[in-house]
Design a protein around this ligand. Sequence first.
Ligand SMILES: [Fe+2]
Length: 200
Amino acid sequence: MTKILDDLRQDHRNLALLWDLLGRELNIFKEGGHPDYELVETILDYCLNYPDLCHHPKENLVYDKLAERDPGAISAIGDLKKEHEKLTSLTWRFSTALSNVLEDEQLPREWFLNVANDFLGFSRNHMQMEEVLFFPAARKGLTGDDWAELEKAVEDVEDPLFGSDKQEKYQSLFQDIMDWKDMLEKMDADETRTKTSQPS
Ligand SMILES: [Fe+2]
């Protein structure tokens, strides 16, 4: 494994946690409750900062290199850069819809949910495609020299949410993520205990 791919996959694991948290808040909204709007706003703010400014450009560089080495692999992956552009516009759309809902509670809930689910669905599918097609193709198609060249070209930016030097505006979101992870782990452990204590 290369450091670039390791870092990109770590970003995906982090993003998957954010998508789960978003999904939880959207379910609350769907049920007619009051989601934590501040949390949703902070997640979108993070998406427009770190993934759009660091994660996607890094993937684009790997993609360009792979296009030189293995055009066949690229045709299976599709236009990754276009997908990244679409993701950015879906993030802005969601972020604007959220501001509108906060200003006017009478806006149709269905409309907001559609905008939010467009973002969430596309993000999840895109990440899955990268894990299943793009990363394995890059691992297979690029040489050690290619990775060394890419390593020099990528700009290493500290992750302001998951990195060791967190930005203050993301501190509370980070705590929410940790609490959410703890809760999921506890639920898993409870489920395992229940299963093993049941007579076979
Ligand atoms: Fe990605």
